[in-house]
Design a protein around this ligand. Structure first.
Ligand code: C2E
Ligand code: CA
Ligand code: CA
Length: 657
């Protein structure tokens, strides 16, 4: 802690007081000398004038007798005097009396002519001397020249030597005492300064901590959301003055929630710290790194001259995060979605943030692990998405979803073997929003486990109302496997009383992308319940045989796009036949999906497919219509499936989105 001005002033004052004290001591000694010597000189003058004969005799170099010796010895020993000389008006000494010595007379020495001038004008001259090394001198003495006048003329000069050793010693003691008092005062002041300095420092530290708490995120040390907005404002102002732009990169860790759930919150926190460290490497000295909450971060890039600058920074961020391979000893892989907006679009911090959010939304929606830079037109999209999100939330809370059922027929006899449960979200125009649109959004919202469990429940209840020979198949989404899906299945079976062999679960290949070991474990658990597992959408995506081998599926569903390519693309019939042959070899039943025409149906039958599903037979039906559909198709066989075309209420599924 630096001393305050008051403390410096106090120390200076102490030094001044000590200096002044020393001056005063000197002055005191001097004034004592003056009064002592004047007194002595006056006595000598009185004596010399009172005894002019003796004076005259001595001045003329006369002999000194025992009376003189006694007389002068007494006079020279008065008070502090230890030596006296008498000089004539021209400065020649003719008498010297020193203590303990016989008086000397005669022309003894000539005083310095410089001294005579001031003495003639009546001044008393005084000097101090150090007699430590000199014989016959006390350690501290003073010498004074006192002029004496007769009839206005300088008659003689009395040179008086005083022993001031005791005075100096006394004054020195006094000075030492004063100095000691001031030293103690200064010491106290220094201690006080150190103490208050430490207090001030502590206070400053705690003030800083409080300021940090208000401005920074505790976990990562990044700027917090509240402070960020004000910093954005300041950066926008600065960039306007400099005539460049800023870019706000809104960064969201992909599927962070899953990592957090799988690895635990402690590891999740470590990961967030690591992310913050990496991101700080992507922020220049004038840039701002903020944690906006959860797994959301932002970097405000300053000095942006072109969109390329912003894009390059986005790439750096993605690369830094991809380089995270482990948290502690836990291996992880991190990707992020970045939405970037630049101040060329707006100068309002709130708007800038919203535009970056829009771009982020787009980045997440179109596959994640990428940077999207905001462009006008994105907003409308996002508004739609937000509306849909609200609708989904509302539907989950109020059970507004419906499940429709599309029949699957045996290829040979056209009897209904099962129904596929397909989820429906009513729109407010009397139609439905396609699950192809709302399921990915629900997945993004993390709601598919909850919705999926509800579908399972509904489907099992429905199937328990159908004849024993008819099963139900339910689509599962990958997110459901991040929870205990087996539990949801067994609870649906238990609640409905449905026999497990009447339930089929359809999964797609992309389920194996993330955490394949855990997925396999869960699939085995499901199979152990007696439920069938179906590989759905085969023929799209990877169609990897490896996935087929990995797990003992019960059935393969060839995607509708394959049959719809019949007669459109070359080689399709051969491929469809090959898939059938392969399935047979693997003892898998095969379903042909999306059968819309008789040609497609006939081809599937001829190729040896086991089951057929498609609009040619029926669109997905509300539960109430499934019962009449079953009775309508059951007794007379073949043609009745076609006769019982249900009302085309599902026509509006896709266009209503
Ligand atoms: P998917 O599993 O491939 O389901 C079959 C889709 O094909 C259904 O569309 C169905 O209406 C449609 N379809 C059936 N026959 C024909 C046909 O002859 N021609 C044409 N063009 N289409 C036909 P939908 O109901 O719109 O469902 C779309 C996707 O949404 C489903 O594809 C499935 O992946 C997903 N989905 C539906 N319900 C659920 C559900 O409850 N949970 C999960 N996770 N996904 C679901
Ligand atoms: Ca399906
Ligand atoms: Ca399909």
């Amino acid at each position: 802690a630096r001393p305050t001005n008051a403390q410096i002033a106090l120390i200076i004052l102490c030094i001044l007081v000590c200096g002044t004290g020393y001056g005063l001591v000197l002055k005191g000694t001097q004034s004592l000398l003056h009064s002592n010597t004047r007194e002595t000189a006056a006595r000598w003058a009185h004596d010399l004038m009172a005894d002019p004969d003796r004076t005259k005799r001595l001045m003329e170099g006369g002999r000194i007798d025992s009376d003189d010796i006694l007389h002068y010895t007494i006079m020279a020993s008065a008070g502090r005097t230890f030596k006296v000389r008498v000089l004539d008006a021209r400065g020649r000494a003719y008498l010297e009396v020193a203590r303990g010595d016989a008086p000397k007379v005669g022309s003894l020495y000539q005083a310095d002519s410089n001294l005579l001038e001031p003495l003639r004008s009546g001044e008393v001259l005084a000097f101090f001397g150090d007699g430590t090394d000199k014989p016959n001198r006390p350690p501290h003495y003073a010498a004074a020249y006192v002029p004496q006048f007769e009839n206005g003329e300088l008659a003689r000069i009395v040179e008086v030597y005083l022993d001031v050793t005791d005075i100096v010693a006394k004054h020195r003691t006094l000075l030492a005492q004063v100095a000691a008092v001031f030293a103690v005062l200064i010491l106290l002041e220094v201690i006080h300064a150190m103490f208050t300095g430490r207090l001030l420092r502590r206070q400053a530290e705690s003030n800083q901590k409080i300021a940090d708490l208000a401005e920074r995120d505790v976990l990562t040390g990044a700027i917090n959301r509240g402070h960020f907005i004000s910093m954005v404002q300041a950066c926008l102002d600065a960039s306007r003055a400099k005539n460049d732009a800023v870019a706000l990169h809104f960064i969201d860790i992909d599927r962070f929630k899953a990592v957090n759930d799988a690895l635990g919150h402690e590891t999740g926190d470590l990961l967030l710290r690591e992310v913050a460290t990496r991101l700080s490497r992507c922020a220049g000295p004038d840039d701002v790194l903020a944690r906006l909450g959860g797994d959301e971060f932002a970097i405000l890039q300053t000095g942006v001259r072109s969109l390329d600058d912003a894009e390059q920074r986005g790439n750096e961020i993605l690369a830094q995060l991809r380089a995270i391979t482990a948290v502690g000893s836990t291996p992880v892989s991190v990707t992020a979605s970045i939405g970037t907006a630049t101040s060329t679009a707006t100068n309002h911090p709130g708007v800038l943030q919203r535009l970056s959010e829009v771009a982020l939304f787009k980045a997440k929606q179109t596959g994640r692990n990428q940077q999207i830079i905001f462009s006008p037109g994105m907003e409308e999209d996002v508004n739609q998405q937000n509306k849909l999100r609200l609708q989904i939330k509302h539907a989950v809370a109020n059970e507004e979803f419906e499940v429709h059922y599309q029949p699957l027929h045996t290829a040979k006899s056209s009897a209904v073997t099962s129904f596929e449960a397909l989820l429906r979200l009513p729109n407010n125009k009397g139609g439905y929003i396609s699950p192809a649109i709302f399921i990915p959004v629900a997945e993004d919202m993390g709601l598919t486990p909850e919705i999926g469990a509800w579908v399972l429940h509904k489907a099992c209840m429905a199937a328990s109302a159908w004849p024993q020979s008819i099963s139900v198949s339910v689509n599962l989404s990958p997110q459901q496997f991040r929870t205990n899906v087996g539990e949801a299945v067994s609870s649906a079976l238990a609640a409905s009383g449905l026999a497990p062999h009447r339930l089929e679960l359809e999964i797609t290949e992309n389920l194996f992308i993330e955490n394949p070991e855990d997925v396999e474990r869960q699939l085995h658990a499901i199979k152990a319940l007696g439920v069938s597992v179906v590989m759905d959408d085969f023929g799209t995506g990877y169609s990897s045989l490896q996935h087929l081998w990995k797990f003992p599926f019960d059935k393969l569903k060839v995607d509708r796009s394959c049959f719809q390519s019949l007669g459109v693309s070359n080689g399709v019939p051969e491929t469809l036949k090959a898939i059938r042959a392969m399935s047979k070899a693997m003892r898998l039943r095969v379903t042909a999906e999306g059968i819309e025409t008789e040609m497609q149906r006939d081809f599937a039958r001829a190729a040896g497919y086991d089951e057929l599903q498609g609009f040619l037979y029926s669109r997905p039906l509300p539960f109430a219509e499934t019962l009449s559909y079953i009775t309508g198709t059951a007794p007379t066989g073949e043609a009745s499936g076609l006769a019982a075309q249900p009302p085309a209420e599902d026509d509006n599924v896709n266009k209503a989105a």
